[in-house]
Design a protein around this ligand. Sequence first.
Ligand SMILES: O=C(CO)COP(=O)(O)O
Length: 249
Amino acid sequence: MAIRKAMVAGNWKMNGSLELVKQMSDAINNVKSKKIDVVLFPPFPLVSALIASGVSTGTQTISEYKPGAFTGEVDAQLVKDLGAEYVLVGHSERRSIYNESNSTVAEKFSRAQQVGLTPILCVGESESEQENGKTELVVAAQIDAVIEKLGVAALKDSVIAYEPVWAIGTGKTASPEQAQNVHKFIRDKIAALDSDLAQGLTILYGGSVNEKNSELLFAQTDIDGGLIGGASLKADSFSAICESAKGTL
Ligand SMILES: O=C(CO)COP(=O)(O)O
């Protein structure tokens, strides 16, 4: 029996349209199940339309600041007021393209929880870090930045997504064993501080997940679902991934 709530999340990145909202909400409303949470992360302008269509919704980032003179930024409270439930923090594209540091990510995590949004903390190593055997070091530092700022208890109302950077958008998925090893490392690391919290923590895998590889990934003990990029833009693929989660999680 599953001890954790499973989740399949779709990160649209800078893609999508009102037409896609229609297609994906129809598809998701067909596969909805009590066994899994299905959540989409569209660009900001599509958030309200997606919520109105009955899909559980999050945003891809938020500002770490409270409302004020921050042109172009989006306040977490506004996101919450619109009816969103989740927010991605620390996605590797935010870290690498927009220079978000571990400490900025921890600030965003904190701001999300202040307003009642559930943060999904994205962690993962680059290709060179992986080749140099630094995966655990990098992932631990990304998680420790949050624990040092907020204490381990803050992880209780959150989700962690392990997304190796070398697997994002490349078609090079981590093998189920490779991903399981890192997920187990994450869970054991948190269990050393709070065992019950770690056992209840949903940890997602992301990086070139598709309808062909999702079942084996989701069958791993410490993989509780997926954070899907490219395949979340195709109704057939995303529905099939959700279906595979129902069987294995
Ligand atoms: O970055 C991702 C989800 O946040 C993964 O993207 P892909 O599934 O396209 O590799």
